[in-house]
Write a protein that binds this ligand. Structure first.
Ligand SMILES: Nc1ncnc2c1ncn2[C@@H]1O[C@H](COP(=O)(O)OP(=O)(O)OP(=O)(O)O)[C@@H](O)[C@H]1O
Length: 312
């Protein structure tokens, strides 16, 4: 799949602007970005639900920029599942298969863990099971590309975590290219072969998840993954992650204001004596006086930070 200069502006100023992107066969690309950054708009452009003002979209080697959605050979999974209330799981699949085949449909339901639920309608299924029906239906079309728009948004956090890895496995087994939209950094890190970070309607940076997390080129990319400390330096922002803070006798003096326990360990909020707050993934005591220093710092010019950057 290839996008060239895809642009769509809305009257209010939002939209997506000049997006170039390639997604390989069988590759999972996750679009990560804050609310309003243009993720859904980009998916809708690829799906053909919106027409671009400029730019070109190629799917599986042919240009589809001006084709209607049903002729693009892709499947879309939405956060509200988009299921039909009166159809069983099996019927959902049979309805969309290019050549309806009961055996193949049942095998696919088996693969997504719904073997025992093939004859149930959506209201007889849990949220996670409905999402699996939606995914199985998408795969049943044998699409060239699957588009997933926050498919786990309505699910509880524990279920989401399990489903991430399952969805990754299923997409990889199917060998289908996928673009998955989320604003959850953990989801992006767990699911993606590559992550594309969006802000202000632009695709800022694309790369493997760990590389983007550890060595982002753009400040916005650093911030998109969270766990971020940002301090004002001489004309620069000094940026470092919570887990990159260490106790250091030469470091900044401060006082531990609060200590939280999280699933990834302790998290201390330290008020620096010179002003500012640092979050540190360290097992400190509330009220303790400490000296802290980042183990590594990335710097970006201060004038770069306009967090709600809108394109001109
Ligand atoms: N139909 C529309 N008319 C006018 N503006 C729109 C329309 N659709 C989206 N926008 C604007 O375009 C920008 C991008 O919206 P989009 O829904 O793509 O963001 P998003 O990153 O998917 O956000 P979220 O995570 O909240 O779903 C926003 O500023 C939004 O207000």
């Amino acid at each position: 799949m290839r996008l060239e200069g895809v642009t769509k502006g809305f009257p209010g100023g939002g939209g997506v602007f000049g997006v170039d992107l390639e997604v390989g066969e069988g590759e999972i690309l996750v679009l990560l970005g804050a609310s309003g950054s243009g993720k859904s708009t980009l998916l809708n452009l690829i799906a053909g639900l919106l027409r671009p003002d400029r730019g070109r979209i190629h799917l599986q080697g042919r240009e589809v920029t001006h084709l209607p959605p049903e002729r693009r050979g892709l499947a879309y999974v939405f956060q509200d599942y988009g299921l039909w209330p009166h159809l069983t799981a099996l019927e959902h699949l049979l309805l969309v298969m290019p050549k309806p085949d009961r055996k193949e449909a049942l095998a696919l339901l088996e693969r997504v863990g719904l073997g025992a639920h093939a004859h149930k309608c959506p209201h007889q299924l849990s949220g996670g099971q409905r999402q699996r029906v939606a995914l199985a239906r998408a795969l049943a079309r044998h699409p060239g590309v699957v588009l997933l728009d926050e498919p786990f948004a309505a699910l509880d956090p524990v279920l989401r975590e399990g489903l991430r890895l399952e969805v990754r496995r299923l997409l990889k087994e199917a060998g289908t290219a996928a673009i998955h939209v989320t604003h959850d950094p953990d989801e992006a890190l767990a699911l993606a072969d590559r992550v594309g970070v969006m802000a202000g309607g632009r695709l800022l940076e694309v790369g493997p998840p760990r590389a983007l997390y550890e060595n982002p080129k753009e400040l916005q990319t650093f911030l998109a993954f969270g766990r971020a400390n940002l301090l004002e330096g001489e004309g620069v922002w000094q940026a470092f992650r919570w887990e990159e803070v260490a106790l250091d006798p030469q470091g900044w003096p401060g006082r531990v204001e609060a200590l939280l326990w999280t699933r990834t360990g302790p998290l201390a909020r330290v008020r620096l004596r010179e002003g500012g707050v640092v979050f540190a993934a360290l097992p400190l005591q509330e009220g303790e006086e400490v000296r802290l220093a980042p183990k590594r710092v990335r710097s970006w010019p201060r004038n770069l930070l306009s967090l709600e950057k809108t394109p001109s």
